[in-house]
Write a protein that binds this ligand. Structure first.
Ligand code: NI
Ligand code: MN
Length: 224
């Protein structure tokens, strides 16, 4: 399985069972240099409605026919714009033909590009091909993260480190410990002026607590 960091909180995952995007903020993303047009996309996961996460999801869903998996109100918003959707909510297992998916709590907010209510913000946990990937969305540090290691034991977790709107490095180091993933990938940093963080400072602190941390520059990937 190959996990490519598109930049910011956007990832492209290629697996034997299918290819999927998470939070595909591509066109307006100053970090992204990624072309979806030649990619097979089987699903799109969106953690919440903010434009740096919803990104190009609706357009890609319409052009590729790939369903958007997200929480209920945002799924309805996407459906009204012509996207194919699978709506969910926090905590229930969603079975698709290629993965098991859970949306998990994120302490944050969620509003659509037209400033409507975007529903509950979430992280997304994906079990596919025997691997477990957890993208935390834009969460603050919250004790809800402790449940993730106990219940889901992820192999890889993506964690925001840029601060201002999300956790900064110090909170994200604790979150990484609580989540308990073998490998941590930092995200949501250095995209915009408010989001400044040194991913290698984060890496040093995460590795000091016995976890692997992989810094992926935009376009770089990790094989698991
Ligand atoms: Ni957000
Ligand atoms: Mn964000």
């Amino acid at each position: 399985m190959k996990i490519t960091h598109i930049g910011h909180s956007a990832f492209f995952v290629e697996s034997e069972s299918g290819n999927f995007l998470i939070d595909p903020f591509i066109k307006g993303n100053p970090q992204a240099n990624f072309d979806v047009s030649d990619k097979k996309i089987d699903a799109i996961f969106v953690t919440h409605a903010h434009s740096d996460h919803l990104g190009d999801a609706i357009e890609i869903s319409v052009s590729k026919g790939a369903p958007i998996f997200t929480t209920f109100e945002l799924a309805n918003y996407c459906a009204r714009q012509g996207a194919t959707v699978v709506s969910s909510s926090i905590g229930g297992k969603v079975c698709s033909d290629f993965a098991d998916i859970w949306f998990l709590p994120a302490v944050h907010s969620s509003s659509t590009p037209d400033w409507g209510y975007g529903g509950t913000p979430a992280g997304v946990f994906i079990g596919i091909d025997g691997k477990k990937i957890y993208h935390t969305g834009d969460t603050a540090l919250t004790q809800d993260l402790k449940v993730v290691s106990e219940l889901y034991a992820p192999d890889v977790a993506m964690v925001p480190i840029g601060g201002h709107f999300t956790m900064g490095i110090d909170e994200a180091v604790i979150a990484s410990k609580w989540i308990g993933a073998k490998t941590i990938i930092p995200m949501h940093y250095n995209t915009f002026p408010q989001l400044q963080a040194d991913p290698f400072d984060f890496k040093r602190k995460v590795e000091a607590q016995g976890q692997k941390c992989v810094v992926l520059n935009p376009g770089e990937n990790l094989e698991i």
